[in-house]
Design a protein around this ligand. Structure first.
Ligand SMILES: [Zn+2]
Length: 451
């Protein structure tokens, strides 16, 4: 773990100023609490599972050290807790009955619920992580589903984070595998930021970029060891996830850590929710989303985008009304359709703006291609890494059908205004051709399309 770099990152972070990662550090939870919040009363937030794993220990330690501790707020452990707005409101109501500092003991879902509930109740909070499962611990904003639509709601990251490696390393293997999937997704997230930067849509912020990307290949280089629960590897994985979160704090945006792979993931999550399907860990959906995005990038890089027919593309470009109509028709879930229309129109460009965009793409393509090639890995390499880490690599493993995956290449673009490779292929008029190639014999998804 690179403590110097972590300290420098914390120095630039807006919210998180105390971070303690190490073996047995659960014993120091009182010290961290005192440094971050003084002698304020506190309350443990957990679910039945995380309360048993570490919540009770935190509660006992603080009580016996003489802290004023409210009765713990414990969600049921089954069915698995969902990061819904209803759960945020329920927790907020309980928090409002006291002035205690929430100490959430858990992983992604509990942390997101507490992050937003604490903010709404007008206070900051502390997090005791129980698995290296997501990058959301130190991220700005909480990924919450409201009325069936998943969105990042603005709220500050925790003031303090404690992660005991004894606990992370003994978390269920699938949770750390999920964190690996979320972290490896930064490969395509980075590629998407390169595109947005090169086309002057969203410039790269150097510090945030370097926190996520500089050590990405080291953090993700030993996938078998993640699955085996190797402590050093889990520590590296956790460092990567924490740094990704801090990068999002520094940018006040999830851009440094979330691109097209997360659009696939969020789309599938909302579809599964609407159809009452079993929830799948976030990083598992991101894993398959990363493959979907990386496979698309390969089809894009196989083309010469300096040779686009700008006139024909501008003539065929849809009007705002046509976009509204096609996005509305594309989604079968009404609330999702409504939000997707809003997001799609927020990034709508006119035919004139498209002409400018295409000129820029053509002009800069040789440089963009080089930057993308340096950033990306082959889709087969990504698949092998994910497999070794215990992540799913086929859509069926996360409850997504072949037809749904294919359709997702069109729909994933519509659910967020953020510019990614999905927008690039749409603007260049190559989306359908690329997707056809991916599912045709010899294409990356051929094996699942023609079993
Ligand atoms: Zn993620």
């Amino acid at each position: 773990m690179d403590y110097k770099r972590i300290d420098a990152a914390l120095g630039a972070a807006s919210d998180t100023h105390h971070l303690l990662i190490g073996t047995g550090v659960l014993n120091d939870v009182g010290n961290v609490l005192e440094e971050a919040f003084g002698q304020q009363p506190a309350v443990v937030v957990a679910d039945d599972n995380t309360y048993a794993v570490a919540g009770k220990a935190v509660d006992d330690r603080l009580r016996s050290a003489g802290w004023t501790i409210e009765e713990p707020l414990v969600f049921p452990g089954t069915p698995p807790l969902y990061a819904s707005f209803e759960n945020v409101l329920a927790l907020e109501e309980k928090l409002r009955t006291t002035s205690a500092v929430p100490i959430v003991v858990g992983s992604g879902t509990l942390n997101d619920i507490t992050k937003l509930a604490a903010y709404r109740a007008g206070r900051q909070y502390m997090c005791v992580s129980t698995a290296a499962s997501v990058d959301g611990y130190t991220a700005f904003g909480a990924a919450i589903t409201r009325d069936g639509f998943k969105q990042t709601m603005s709220c500050p990251a925790p003031r303090a984070v404690v992660a005991d490696l004894d606990i992370l390393a003994t978390a269920p293997a699938s949770m750390n595998s999920s964190g690996y999937g979320d972290l490896l997704g930064k490969v395509t997230a980075g590629a998407d930021w390169i595109l947005a930067d090169a086309l002057e849509i969203e410039l790269i912020e150097k510090h945030a970029w370097s926190l996520v990307q500089d050590s990405l290949r080291d953090w993700t280089g030993r996938p078998q060891a993640v699955h085996a629960g190797d402590r050093q590897t889990i520590e590296n994985l956790f460092e990567g996830l924490i740094m990704s979160g801090i990068a999002m704090q520094i940018s006040s945006s999830s851009r440094p850590a979330s691109g097209s792979e997360h659009r696939f993931s969020h789309l599938w999550e909302m579809q599964a929710l609407a159809h009452g399907h079993e929830p799948v860990p976030h990083g598992f959906k991101v894993a398959v989303g990363t493959l979907a995005a990386a496979a698309l990038y390969e089809r894009v890089l196989a083309r010469d985008l300096t040779k686009l027919d700008g006139d024909a593309l501008c003539r065929a470009w849809p009007s705002r009304e046509e976009v509204r109509h096609s996005v509305q028709q594309g989604h079968s879930i009404p609330k999702l359709a409504e939000n997707a229309v809003e997001e799609s129109l927020a990034k709508y460009i006119t035919p004139d703006q498209l002409r400018q965009r295409l000129m820029r793409i053509q002009e800069r393509w040789p440089i963009i291609r080089k930057r993308l090639e340096r950033q990306l890995m082959t889709v087969e390499h990504i698949r092998d890494l994910l497999r070794a880490a215990g992540c799913p690599t086929e859509p069926a493993e996360i409850g997504v059908s072949v037809a749904q995956l294919r359709e997702s290449y069109t729909l994933a673009r519509t659910i967020r205004s953020r510019y990614t490779v999905l927008d690039l292929v749409n603007e260049c008029g190559i989306l359908d051709a690329c997707v056809d190639e991916l599912f045709a014999p010899g294409g990356y998804w051929a094996a699942i399309a023609h079993p």
